[in-house]
Structures are given as C-alpha cells and as structure tokens.
Write a protein that binds this ligand. Structure first.
Ligand SMILES: Cc1cc2nc3c(=O)[nH]c(=O)nc-3n(C[C@H](O)[C@H](O)[C@H](O)COP(=O)(O)OP(=O)(O)OC[C@H]3O[C@@H](n4cnc5c(N)ncnc54)[C@H](O)[C@@H]3O)c2cc1C
Length: 441
C-alpha cells in the first residue's frame, strides 16, 4: 500500500475510533462552513469546493478516499479540462498526480504496490474524479488502471503479476482494453481476431475498434479467438486473453475523431500476423471469455460512478447559474420551470447513487452483483444525461458557450450511455436474468 494512502486510511481509522459526530467537523470543516461555501459559490467555482464529506452512508475509508482524491483534483479545475480538450492532450498531469500517491493501485494487491481496497472505495474515487469537472476525460485517463487488469490479478501467473502489475500501479505503464471489433460490436463472442499458435508465439490477425488510450498505452489486454467458432460447442469457448506490448510499429493505430473527450484518444487497430509470445497469454488457452467477464460487473459499477460524478458536476453548475442569472428582474432559479427539473435531477442522481453503492457493496462482499451493477450503470448514465442536458438548457445561450463547461459535460455524458454495454443490452439482461423472460435476440 502506498505511503500516502496508508496515512490517509490511518487518519480515517483514528476518526472512526473517536466519538461519533458530524464527520465534516472531524475533517476540519464545520457544517456552517460547508453551508456558507454553498451560499457563496460563484458560477466559475471549482466543482470540488462542494464535495460533501458528511454523507452518513459513506464508510470511513470511502470518506477518506473522497477527501484525498478531491484534494488532488482541486488542482485540476474546469479550465484545465477545457484546455486539454481543446489541445487534445492526454491529461498526464492528473494521471501522474494520482500515480504518485498510489491511487492507480486502489484495488490491486498490496504485494505489487496496490492498496487492496474494494470497488466501494474505487467507485467513490472515480465519482470524485469525474465530479471535479474532469468528467469522462479525467475518469477515462485512469479507468483501465483501476480494475482493467483484474484478469491478470485473478488468473495470471506469479511471474506475470509481478511483471505487469508493478509498473501499472506505479504509473510507469499504461494499458488499454481491446475487445470491441468493427464487424461484431456487442456480439463479443463472434469477434473475428484470430490467434494461431506458432511455436512459442501466437500469430494474431484482425482488427479492433473504439480502443481508448491506445495512442498512449504501452500495453493491451486483448481478446482473440484461438479455436474457430465452428469447432466449439458454445461460442463462449475458444477465446483467449493476452496482455502484451502494444507497439505502433506492429499494430496500426488510427485515432477516431469523436464527439467529446478529445483529450483521451479512441482508436481503430489493425494487425496482421502480429507475433505475441505465448508467455503473454493470461490463464488457460480458450478460457479467455470467462476471465474477461470476471471484471465486467466491477467495470459497470465504476462507469456508473463516473457518470454520477458528471451529473453532479452539471447539476451544481446549473444550480449556481440559476441562482445568479437575473432576467425579468429576478433570478431565473425562481421559476419552477428551471428549479423543478434540477430538483428532479438531484433525486434521480441520488437514487442511482444508492443503487451504484449497493452494487459495489454487494460486489465487495462476494454477492452476485450483476443485476445491480447493470441497473445501476443504466440509471446513473440516464440520470447524468438528463442533468447535463438540463444544465445546458438552464444556462440559455451560455449553455452553448465553452466558457461554462456544461456543453463539454453533455458531449461526454453519452459515453457511459453507450459503453461498455448499451442500454438495450442491459434491458435484455434484466429481462432475462431478473424477470425470467425468453432471450429476445
Ligand atoms: C468513447 C468510447 C470508448 C470506448 N472504449 C472502448 C475500449 O477501450 N475498449 C473496447 O473494447 N471498446 C470500447 N468501446 C466500445 C463500446 O464498448 C461499444 O461501442 C459498445 O459496446 C457498443 O458496441 P457497438 O458500438 O459495436 O454497437 P453495436 O453492437 O453495433 O450496436 C448498435 C446499437 O444496436 C443495439 N443493439 C444491438 N444488438 C441488440 C439487441 N440484441 N437488442 C437490442 N439492441 C441491440 C445496441 O444496443 C446499440 O444501441 C468504446 C466506445 C466508445 C463510444
């Protein structure tokens, strides 16, 4: 566990062992101080100035994570994110700041430099990063580090874990996630990348699409078919997982121009007879799908938390603007047509938050969390979308100006609605798994 996180958690234990009282007072923030801050907020304030610390359902370690991560993020205000977006530059400064204090290994085993905290703490971390105004750009820059390498933790050999996890947690290597393919999309089991054994290597041919951070990553977690579909009894068989070098001299990496999150690249990948050492295969051959599924629920929880953060950031800006903007001689926030949709968004975000944190708790305690992880991600992304849209609308024309940042939030909030799994596929999942209805596709 990193020294910084260890110290923060020790402080949290000390707080927990004291007689209970309002937590914000323990953290040196009086309730009155918090209220005053909300009262005096200005339209250009940093989102992190209003992060609540006194939420009663946060555990002490969650509260500590939120406070420490918010502190780091307060050095990266909205203006920083607007600049990164405009220059299309990867936010290495935030990445390095989080790596320096050990946050990239929040869920990773302490043996390799991680902190071994749960998804409950990681969700708080990702919500806080996004909520600081960094949105999906900030969250996506570190997302893969947080839980993406779970298959390596669970199924890798000791040698692989040492080799791959240590530099990832230290922030020395970045990884990307290579699953989606242009011809098969959500029908992952039919992906067409073929890996054929050739001595001590595999020769890998095919393509991937939408691979985030591939321009900046040194490594890729890649899912490929090792046994043809015709030769397996179930399509989930015959896929293998590799964690290997991503060398742009071997793999053609072409950035996809996209709607938002310009600072964090997304790419098409083409490869032909790409030689991947067999020693880079994770776990048994043909068992890759099971391994990649392992981290899927956790990923949905984290994406849902990131969406929540963006929704709260938008809502906060909307409330500030509605309170300050005067038209027809009074604040626009006095109009119920402005005020009620914002109140409704707060309720939707809070309801989604409760479900996301319920899913995280279930995951950490070893319960099946599929339904809650999927539903939480769905609800959080939809609530965040509505909050972002309403934030733009309540700013009037200024909602369309980059200066107020809400247009950037709105462009980014489509990501958690679309990925890593669509709304429709979540409904399919709930229909089948929860309601027991027949498979519809
Ligand atoms: C910004 C961004 C970053 C991404 N990063 C990564 C990454 O790093 N790594 C990675 O592997 N992937 C990544 N993705 C890919 C993402 O996970 C996919 O876009 C997503 O899974 C949807 O796949 P698709 O785009 O091929 O949609 P398609 O499979 O083509 O589906 C299109 C539409 O049809 C609907 N549909 C399809 N089948 C059904 C059905 N049976 N029932 C109901 N509706 C259906 C879908 O819900 C969707 O609305 C990223 C995507 C985006 C936008």
């Amino acid at each position: 566990m990193s020294k910084a996180i260890h110290q923060a958690l020790r402080a949290s234990w000390w707080l927990a062992s004291r007689p209970r009282g309002p937590r914000c007072r323990d953290l040196g923030l009086s309730n009155a101080g918090l209220e005053n801050r909300v009262f005096y907020r200005s339209a250009h304030s940093r989102a992190t100035e209003y992060l609540q610390m006194h939420d009663p359902d946060l555990t002490d370690s969650q509260r500590t994570v939120r406070e420490a991560v918010a502190k780091i993020c307060s050095d990266f205000p909205d203006e920083y994110w607007a600049k990164q977006e405009e220059s299309k530059k990867f936010p290495t400064q935030l990445y390095d700041a989080l790596a320096k204090d050990g946050w990239l290994g929040i869920c990773m085993p302490s043996k390799y430099g991680g902190s071994e905290l749960g998804i409950s703490e990681a969700a708080i971390m990702m919500q806080t990063i996004s909520e600081s105004g960094g949105g999906m750009t900030a969250a996506s820059s570190v997302h893969m580090n947080i839980f993406g390498l779970e298959p390596v933790v669970k199924f890798g050999s000791e040698e692989q874990r040492e080799k791959y996890l240590v530099p990832l947690i230290a922030g020395k290597e970045r990884a990307c996630f290579g699953v989606t393919e242009p011809n098969t999309g959500l029908d992952t089991l039919r992906l067409q990348t073929r890996a054929v054994r050739d001595g001590d290597d595999y020769l890998v041919t095919g393509s991937k699409i939408w691979i985030s951070t591939a321009q900046n990553a040194q490594k890729i977690l890649l899912l490929a078919r090792t046994t043809p579909l015709e030769e397996v009894t179930k399509p989930s068989q015959g896929l293998s997982l590799f964690y290997t070098d991503l060398d742009p001299k071997v793999v053609e990496i072409t950035e996809i121009p996209k709607m938002g999150r310009a600072a964090v690249d997304t790419n098409m990948l083409f490869y032909n007879d790409w030689r991947i050492p067999a020693s880079d295969r994770i776990g048994a051959e043909n068992e890759g799908f099971k391994m990649i599924m392992h981290g899927m629920n956790a990923e949905r929880i984290l994406i849902g938390a990131e969406a929540l953060g963006l929704g709260y950031a938008a809502l906060r800006r909307a409330a500030v603007y509605a309170g300050e903007r005067t038209v027809f001689g009074r604040s626009i926030g006095k109009n119920q047509a402005i005020q009620h949709p914002l109140a409704d968004s707060w309720m939707q975000l809070e309801a989604a938050r409760l479900m996301i944190y319920q899913a995280a708790k279930m995951y950490d305690q070893g319960y099946q969390a599929g339904e809650y992880a999927n539903a939480g991600k769905y609800l959080a992304a939809e609530a965040a979308f509505r909050a972002c849209e309403r934030a733009v609308m309540c700013h009037g024309g200024m909602g369309y100006a980059k200066e107020y940042h809400v247009e950037r939030y709105l462009r980014e909030v489509f990501i958690p609605r679309l990925a890593p799994v669509s709304r429709e596929m979540i409904c399919n999942y709930i229909g089948e798994r929860v309601l027991g209805l027949p498979k519809s596709y």
